[in-house]
Write a protein that binds this ligand. Structure first.
Ligand SMILES: [Ca+2]
Length: 455
């Protein structure tokens, strides 16, 4: 307790010393007046993990005792979405709190020769928290910009360790004559080639080190695992151990890793003031054996299985234990939610699509999803479906309507039975589509930035 009080005092001191300006000051004051100090944040973001690929989400053959315990001590979100069924856009949404289209990053994934990234004009979630005195670390796969101002170390992270992008064929091809895809430490090559079977354990070691190093101040750790994205690999300790083949071994290693993080927090007495969120960047790859059941569709699809992901939130002093929240929540919501908890103001003069879901996370009486609608875009930035409450309408020349409360697998198209709902959702989608077109902001373009003479 004494340690945490000291920590809080240090935090406020840091905040006052490091930041100036009336808006930030008022944030710090509101923190000083609140009951709880600003929490630490840990986001564990896996890559292409299916909705069913955790014990607590119903996997029949993958054992995840650590994450199951995390769910028993915390809350499972069963209506949790990423706004894109693939890697780069999903990550852009986490970093900016916006639909990928809003920030110009909804088109496909970035390959190693890409000159694009998050526009430096955006305030990333890491920049926001850094300004509030947080130590910020990104460990794992970045995948949203590799040159100049787009690197994680220029987007608000004090520390980076991991892979800038994927290691599957189209990306590894860029590095065949260079010794393979490099594992980066900050902006230097740590070693190469990156080997899939080593990555989860390497990332875990760095993550535990980061927590230990920053235990006396608020921190934000973004642990973006490369697994279980293809090509998958498990270390000797896990290979051949699960009942679900290599994919199962890989998930069981991710579960072990999550246990290491939670145990470290407990050992340091940080469990009472750290929010840990475990989720995936999109549905399971059709090239692997992951499962999105009972959902239909996989990665790349705007069916539920492509974009509804497993999610567990844990913070023993804040988030109720053993609860399931079915409300619509999204990865974009972490941005304004963390801002509220850290006493940060949202950036002015720009739309942030995410909503504060802290009332949902903490089961405040009467709390419900703050989203009137959720929009499903495909990997080519096209709006393909909309969800309002229990209704999901797939758009296009042959629209399809599903009642997700009774038909989560999207198997019974009831478009003919509910013409009013179809009309209402069609109009809402058209309005949202226009709004996004009119109010989207430019992607970060390295060549344009250079032409403008900006750093
Ligand atoms: Ca992915």
């Amino acid at each position: 307790m004494i340690e945490r009080n000291l920590t809080r005092r240090n935090f406020l001191k840091r905040t006052f010393l490091l930041t100036a300006g009336p808006s930030l000051l008022s944030g710090a004051q509101s923190l000083a007046g609140s009951e709880k100090p600003a929490p630490n944040f840990v986001i564990i973001f896996t890559d292409d993990q299916g909705y069913q690929d955790l014990g607590c989400f119903g996997s029949p053959n993958i054992r995840t005792p650590n994450i199951d315990r995390m769910a028993a001590e915390g809350t499972m979100f069963t209506g949790f979405y990423v706004p894109a069924p693939l890697c780069s856009p999903s990550r852009a949404a986490l970093m900016t709190g916006c639909y990928p289209r809003r920030v110009g990053l909804a088109q496909g994934v970035l390959r190693p020769d890409s000159r694009l990234g998050i526009n430096p004009d955006e305030t990333t979630i890491a920049e926001m928290l850094k300004e509030r005195g947080y130590a910020t670390g990104c460990i794992g796969k970045w995948h949203i910009g590799f040159v100049g101002p787009f690197r994680p170390t220029r987007q608000g992270f004090d520390f980076y360790y991991g892979l800038y992008h994927n290691i599957d064929e189209p990306e590894a091809a860029h590095f065949v004559d260079k010794g393979g895809v490099p594992v980066m430490r900050n902006e230097q090559v740590d070693h190469r080639p990156a080997e899939p079977e080593t990555l989860t354990e390497l990332y875990t070691k760095e993550a535990v080190d980061f927590i230990n190093k920053n235990k006396d101040q608020p921190f934000f750790l973004y642990l973006a695992h490369t697994m279980p994205h293809v090509p998958i690999g498990a270390s000797a300790r896990f290979k051949g151990k699960s009942a679900a083949g290599l994919y199962g071994d890989v998930i069981e290693c991710l579960d072990w890793s999550t246990g290491q993080i939670l145990n470290t927090l407990k050992k340091l007495g940080l469990d009472k003031n750290t929010i840990v969120i475990y989720t995936s960047d999109n549905g399971p790859s059709p090239r692997e054996t992951g499962s999105a059941l009972p959902l239909n569709g996989k990665k790349h699809s705007t069916l539920e299985g492509g974009m509804r992901v497993p999610c567990v939130m844990w913070a023993p002093n804040r988030i109720p234990a053993g609860r399931v929240c079915e409300d619509i929540a999204t990865i974009m919501d972490l941005y304004p939610t963390f801002a509220g908890l850290a006493g940060a103001d949202l950036p002015e003069g720009r739309i942030i699509d995410g909503k504060d879901i802290y009332p949902l996370m903490t089961a405040r009486p009467g709390a419900k999803s703050p989203h009137e609608a959720f929009l499903y875009h495909d990997g080519r930035a096209r709006l393909r479906a909309i969800r309002v409450g229990k209704w999901k309408l797939h758009l296009g020349p042959k629209p399809a309507l599903y009642d997700l409360d009774s038909d989560i697998g999207e198997t019974k198209n009831v478009v003919g039975k509910h013409p009013k709902t179809v009309k209402q959702l069609t109009q809402m989608a058209a309005r949202a589509d226009r709004e996004l077109t009119n109010n989207s902001r430019p992607v970060g373009d390295f060549d344009k930035i250079k032409r403008q003479g900006r750093p």
